[in-house]
Design a protein around this ligand. Structure first.
Ligand code: EPU
Length: 434
């Protein structure tokens, strides 16, 4: 397996182009199953998770042409080949469960492997299932698979979500576009990725309003039309590179992104002494000599993103004072703490709360992480640490950060990939993210 070698201590300086959002692209790719017309997507990031979603769609019968140079993907679901999303794919990427709503809506039947637990929490899919049942689906779990049927098709309904789950909102929203009549999704997720999915569905012909607010309204249609959509910039990648400038006292110009996607996170970064200057479709970021401490509580959008919690903790480790973190979205998302402590960080954890006593410098070590965001927090720590850090299990980063080492190298970072052989661990590890 590949490793990253990072020699810390360089203040980053340069320009980084932000890629399309992984978490917007994944449900949008799944939405292609709803239509027999072609869907052209632009700004598609070249990531392992995107490749896996394409593999899943291909086995359902969807034709895809991915021009990686142009970052363009063409999808067309002409004829169904399989109604099954197999365990072999779902276990590697939880977002595979997003094919359930589209398959059920269009073909009135689907069998999707249950994703199971993962490194950041148990992550059940009960809200997805209950929402689809409200649309008239008959669902039972057998031999690890969700068996769903809707003879005669789905019917619009009012659905009150007990929690604004991102994935459940997306699955129900996609299903509702082809259901007969009106659907209201109450207490829906408001994340920008949900809004991007709704915008793509609207471009395909769906009738949706209220996306980005608490209640989403859908009027079912009979069929879709050809469409083209540009994936929105990745707000988690944006926040991560803002923090890379912050932790190294550097100066980065982030292109192809929008500060409004990271409003809650920007407030925290400014409290830490990082200077942010919004420009047209870009953000200028300047890190201070020494970061100030801060307090973060993760929340659903528009609150502070759980996907940027591990990264901010790396910055807190070298801030001048005591910071705190409270993780409220996932029950087990502090797995980066013991690895940061191996680099000298002083962090105490009590349940979902962490107290971080800032020190002047972290020290390099050999580290590894159990999920995507935890891995990148170690990259941030390593960029600021004294000495040479070796980061194992780089495949986590390849799932969600396009060309991470290339982007950082271009800004002066001493980072390189050490190629390793396949040792099978990747296939055994079935976790996180996505
Ligand atoms: N939950 C339930 N039941 C459900 C669905 C969710 O209890 O049926 C719980 C989960 O266990 C979790 C919480 O609700 O504790 C939030 O889950 P949500 O459904 O909102 O998250 P998700 O759709 O599984 C997406 C992102 C995650 C991101 C979360 C929260 C994608 C593909 N994944 O996951 O991204 O952390 O929303 O914003 O969009 C990542 O990119 O690293 C990542 C983990």
């Amino acid at each position: 397996m590949d490793k990253l070698e990072i020699i810390g201590g360089v203040s980053l300086d340069g320009e980084i182009s932000i890629s399309g959002s992984k978490n917007a692209a994944l449900p949008i790719l799944a939405a292609s199953l709803l239509s027999d017309c072609s869907l052209i997507l632009k700004n598609v990031p070249e990531l392992a998770d995107i490749a896996l979603m394409i593999e899943l769609l291909n086995q359902h019968g969807c034709l895809t042409i991915w021009d990686k140079q142009l970052k363009q993907l063409r999808l067309q679901m002409r004829s169904l080949e399989s109604l099954v999303a197999p365990y072999e794919i779902v276990r590697k990427m939880r977002a595979s469960v997003l094919v359930l709503g589209p398959l059920l809506a269009r073909y009135h039947e689907a069998r999707v492997s249950l994703p199971g637990g993962c490194a950041i929490g148990t992550r059940p899919v009960d809200i997805h299932i209950k929402g689809l049942e409200r649309l008239g689906a008959q669902i039972h779990i057998e031999e690890g698979y969700i068996h769903a049927k809707a003879p005669g098709g789905l019917k619009g309904a009012e659905i009150q979500l007990p929690f604004p789950s991102v994935g459940a909102t997306e699955n129900i929203l996609m299903a509702a576009t082809l259901a007969q009549g009106k659907t209201v999704i109450k207490n829906a997720a408001r994340e920008p990725e949900v809004v991007d999915l709704a915008n793509c569905l609207i471009a395909m012909g769906a009738q949706i309003s209220g996306h980005g607010q608490n209640n989403i309204y859908v009027e079912g249609i009979e069929a879709f039309r050809e469409a083209e959509h540009r994936i929105l910039p990745d707000r988690i990648e944006t926040g991560t590179y803002m923090m890379a400038a912050g932790i190294t006292g550097g100066h980065l110009f982030l292109k192809n992104t929008d500060i409004n996607l990271v409003s809650a996170e920007s407030i925290v970064l400014e409290e830490m002494g990082i200077v942010l200057t919004p420009r047209e479709n870009s953000i200028q970021v300047k890190g201070p000599k020494r970061l100030k401490p801060t307090n973060v509580v993760t929340a659903v959008f528009p609150g502070y993103a759980t996907d940027l919690q591990a990264q901010i903790m790396a910055l807190m480790c070298v801030a001048d004072g005591i910071s705190t973190v409270k993780e409220t979205i996932f029950e087990n998302r502090l797995m980066h703490v013991p690895e940061l402590c191996r680099m000298g960080a002083q962090i105490d954890v009590l349940g979902a709360d962490a107290t971080v006593r800032g020190i002047e410098k972290l020290k390099a070590a050999e580290v590894m992480a159990t999920d995507l965001r935890a891995s990148v927090s170690l990259v941030l720590a390593a960029l600021a640490a004294e000495g040479k850090t070796i980061l194992n299990r780089v495949y986590h980063l390849d799932r969600g950060y396009e060309n991470l080492e290339g982007k950082l190298q271009a800004c002066g970072a001493k980072i390189r990939r050490i190629k390793g052989g396949e040792d099978g661990e990747r296939r055994v590890f079935t976790e996180a993210a996505g």
